[in-house]
Design a protein around this ligand. Structure first.
Ligand code: ADP
Length: 546
């Protein structure tokens, strides 16, 4: 027997319709590429998104077509999120920090028909245009006529102006009814190894992710919040916040391309931001700026950190010096992306302060809709004792089942689990802690050493700005940890003193065999340290033994 409740598909358009009707005055504040502050609200965004939907139809965009964006966080990007997906087309957000070659590859792989771009990216597009002429028939600059850049494109690839298209279009009267399983947006993984791979989200997965990721023990945004996503809309849909914030009626404060500590602090204070989310590098920049300038954060209650392990020092510094709570989250593009979030349970209430802090360092508990387990090399499930580490696997309706172009289900094992590529422990209460990437872990004499843990200790040293630990080949132990560091400005690092800094903090056999000081570390397009490049360079550093 079927239930007798209203059969409404879970569609992305329902979010902006809800926000426009019930949170019409919820603000969307953007720092534009031109440098001024633009203010609008959810009612206007929904209206303009329907007008943009009309413009897309005039451009010949039909359901299932791929429409790409190459843009910072801003109101026009938000309009595109809703107009493209809302009409059944697929919003493909491109990470502009990828190499021009990778961008050319993913545009062709996705078969993008049109690219909407901020004017910042005109030179980048001029460079890749010849490589993408096969699929792209127009580039639309997200600006008004007065700011249109002058770029040359191959024949058959038009250069258009966003506001001109808007002026010429009629808003669609209503959002169409779609299959909730239809593809809605597309995001390529950063591809630290091999080519980027496309993760294709559906309306249903996006809705379920927005609902679950906004539960109280996860993002927990409400209508009184003013949320600033530092995490870009071109990187896993800004962790879903362009959906979860309007769903909750929270205002969105969009920083554009200004992501340095000073710009963020100014915008947070001027716009009364209550909560923000980003990768550790961003918060290190903010912390350095606050310390150097003596400024405070007026209304910020929470900073959400994910994308890489949160250095405990960041959590302490923001908490102790600025009264701002730092929450640790973990996820990946293939998970929409939120997997876990760290909030205490009532059973943790009586923990002594040190143990409570230690617990908060972990990546946290799964949100509803995600299941996880750890397995050994042979695929056997390992115990949740907080110390045994294994390969982390996940499953759920927000987890990808195959990459774009591959056979359905091809990213899963026989039981439907997706291998995250992370190595983790899970404790008896379900708190997960990432100890490494499967390919980064150091296997010393058959035992695993967590590079993440060693890096966290290294960045706690006052002279260290950034640190990476890699597995270096070793004649006796197969692999041993090698620490590679960048010194803080004005500091000099004494390698043997830095090695001694690990005394008492980890077991003796975990301590790095050597320390190499470099001027800078290589980073991926999403700001993570490129360990592969470091391994290529330093793999044989210990080959003579130590
Ligand atoms: P994200 O947007 O979360 O950075 P990616 O798909 O680019 O998504 O990268 C996912 C990977 O990033 C994870 O598999 C994990 O290795 C790493 N990662 C994400 N969050 C954390 C975290 N809090 N701690 C440690 N590693 C993390």
């Amino acid at each position: 027997m079927l239930g007798l409740m209203q059969d409404q598909p879970l569609l992305i358009s329902s979010i902006i319709r809800h926000a426009a009707r019930h949170h019409a005055s919820g603000e969307v504040v953007s720092k534009t590429v031109e440098g001024d502050i633009h203010r609008t609200n959810y009612a206007e965004i929904e209206h303009r998104a329907r007008r943009l939907a009309g413009a897309l139809a005039r451009l010949g965009i039909a359901a299932g077509d791929r429409v790409a964006t190459l843009a910072w966080n801003g109101y026009r990007h938000l309009e595109l999120y809703y107009a493209v997906s809302g009409t059944g087309a697929i919003c493909h957000t491109i990470n502009p920090r990828l190499s021009a070659e990778d961008i050319g590859y993913i545009v062709n792989h996705a078969q993008d028909a049109v690219i909407f771009a901020d004017t910042t990216f005109a030179p980048l597009l001029a460079g890749v245009a010849p490589a993408i002429r096969g699929s792209v028939r127009a580039i639309v600059f997200m600006t008004a006529r007065a700011h249109m850049p002058d770029i040359a494109t191959p024949e058959g690839m038009d250069v258009l102006c966003y506001e001109d298209l808007m002026d010429a279009a009629e808003p669609i009267a209503a959002w169409p009814l779609l299959d909730e399983r239809a593809a809605a947006s597309l995001c390529y993984t950063s591809g630290t190894t091999g080519r980027p791979k496309g993760v294709l989200y559906s309306h249903r997965s996006t809705l379920l992710h927005a609902l679950a990721s906004n539960l109280k023990d996860v993002f927990g945004l409400g209508a009184a919040d003013r949320f600033l996503p530092v995490v870009p809309m071109f990187h896993v849909n800004a962790w879903g916040s362009p959906y979860s914030a309007p769903m909750a009626g929270a205002s969105l404060i969009m920083p554009g391309r200004h992501l340095d500590g000073a710009s963020l602090a100014d915008m947070m204070n001027a716009e009364r931001v209550t909560c923000s989310a980003g990768v550790p590098t961003v918060w290190l920049g903010l912390l350095q700026h606050l310390r150097a300038s003596g400024k405070r954060l007026d209304g910020v209650q929470r900073l959400i950190i994910g994308g890489s392990a949160c250095p405990p020092m960041l959590m302490r510094a923001f908490g102790d010096e600025y009264g701002v709570r730092v929450d640790h989250a973990w996820g990946m593009t293939e998970m929409s992306p939120i997997g876990t979030y760290n909030m205490p349970k009532s059973s943790n209430a009586d923990l002594p302060a040190d143990a409570a802090f230690r617990l908060r360092e972990k990546q946290g508990r799964v949100m509803y809709g995600v299941d996880m387990r750890i397995v050994d090399d042979g695929g056997a499930e390992l115990s949740w004792d907080g110390t045994t580490s294994g390969h982390l696997q996940v499953r759920g309706p927000n987890v990808c089942s195959a990459y774009l172009g591959d056979e359905p289900g091809s990213a899963l094992d026989a039981e439907g689990w997706f291998a995250t590529g992370d190595v983790a422990t899970i404790d008896g209460e379900g708190y997960m802690e990432i100890t490494d990437r499967s390919k980064d872990v150091v296997k010393s004499g058959g035992e695993w050493i967590s590079t993440v843990q060693l890096e966290n200790i290294a960045v706690g040293h006052p002279d260290v700005a950034e640190a990476a630990v890699i597995a270096a080949r070793h004649p006796k132990w197969d692999e041993r940890p090698l620490l590679i560091v960048v010194a803080r400005q004005g500091c000099t690092i004494d390698p043997s003193a830095l090695r001694a800094y690990f005394d008492g903090k980890v077991a003796k056999w975990w301590q790095p065999d050597d320390v190499v000081v470099v001027d800078e570390l290589p980073h991926t397009a999403t700001g993570k340290i490129q360990k592969m490049a470091l391994r290529d360079k330093f793999r044989d550093h210990l080959a003579g033994g130590s």
